[in-house]
Design a protein around this ligand. Structure first.
Ligand code: NAD
Length: 307
């Protein structure tokens, strides 16, 4: 018989998330018994610092995996038994794999113990999105606007993908400086994967937000990892009139897919990666961790665009 999967999404205001449909439709195509439920902090009346306990409670209730979103990607770590190298480095978890270990004879009533491991598919997702959605994009110099959770994952992905120089800007300059310093201090050899490409030394610098339009002159591409452009946050994160057709533009915002930045970039003739690519790719990577099955990313993107 097919194994059962019960997946939860921990976060605030996740009632309208597309993740349940995206995961369940892919699972159905694999013939899996797979249910994906939201564990909404607001609906449960819980504070974000309760996320770790909520993850453990979910494991006890039979959940076999979890996704974690805003504002719980850091706070969930308190409830986990271990972290993958990349999740530890990013200090953020968006996926929890739950393994059950038999604690010995049932007779003693001990039953099975859950081991919860935190992973991060935001950075692997952005990397895949970039490679599949913008194949061959020049990565000599890349501008990243937004140095929060998504920005950290995108920065790591850009370095792993081979970006020569990464310039980071944020409305809070200290955030850009901290991210740049963290990445610059990262040495090849420790984390798994493409260690040489992952080395950030000499490749990352913080820049002032006001400089972004002029810095575009030396950049091949630019990524928005701020919330600007999403529903309730209109506008563009920088003056998009400096974009020219030789730039590629990526947005992590996916509600709406056609952000003002994406529209401006298309109008300027740029190659564009909308935020749906990352949303689908991180979901596909999580699906694979939960099920051990290979997700069909093109099918998932097609599903996503229908939702
Ligand atoms: P966050 O709060 O951790 O970080 C946002 C950063 O943007 C902060 O450092 C903030 O100072 C900065 N910022 C805000 N306004 C700015 C502006 N006008 N100019 C420059 N910097 C500005 O948030 P986050 O978790 O990183 O999420 C950011 C966006 O990414 C959200 O819209 C979220 O939905 C999206 N996201 C998308 C995916 C995906 O799979 N596509 C995954 C994660 C997050």
């Amino acid at each position: 018989t097919a194994p059962s999967h019960l997946i939860g999404l921990i976060g605030a205001n996740v009632a309208g998330s597309l993740s349940p449909l995206l995961h369940e439709r892919e699972a159905a195509a694999h013939g899996l018994r797979y249910a994906y439920r939201t564990l909404d902090l607001d609906a449960l009346g819980l504070a974000p610092d309760h996320a770790g306990q909520l993850a453990r409670d979910a494991a006890r209730l039979g959940y076999t995996g979890l996704n974690v979103t805003h504002p719980c990607k850091q706070s969930v770590i308190a409830g986990l038994d271990g972290l993958s190298d990349d999740a530890r480095e990013l200090g953020a978890v968006n996926t929890v794999v739950i393994d059950m270990h038999d604690r010995g004879p049932r007779r003693g009533g001990s039953g099975a113990a859950a081991r919860l491991t935190g992973r991060n598919t935001d950075h692997t997702g952005f990397r895949t999105a970039l490679l599949e959605g913008l194949p061959g994009a020049a990565l000599g110099t890349v501008l990243l606007v937004g140095a929060g959770g998504a920005g950290s994952a995108v920065a790591r992905a850009l370095l792993d993908a081979g970006a020569g120089t990464l310039l980071v800007a944020d409305a809070e300059p200290a955030r850009a400086e901290q991210l740049a310093a963290r990445l610059a201090g990262r040495r090849a050899g420790k984390p798994a994967g493409n260690a040489a490409a992952a080395d950030g030394a000499g490749r990352v610098a913080a820049v002032v937000l006001d400089e972004v339009p002029t810095r575009l002159a030396e950049a091949d591409g630019v990524v928005n990892a701020t919330p600007i452009g999403m529903v309730g946050h209109p506008g563009t994160p920088f003056d998009a009139s400096a974009l020219t057709s030789r730039h590629w533009v990526a947005d992590v915002v996916y509600r709406p897919l056609e952000t003002q930045l994406v529209k401006a970039a298309r109008a300027a003739g740029c190659r564009v990666l909308d935020g749906g690519w990352m949303a689908v790719a991180q979901a596909a990577d999580s699906f694979e961790l939960f099920t051990g099955r290979r997700a069909d990313r093109a099918r998932m993107r097609a599903h996503f665009l229908e939702l």
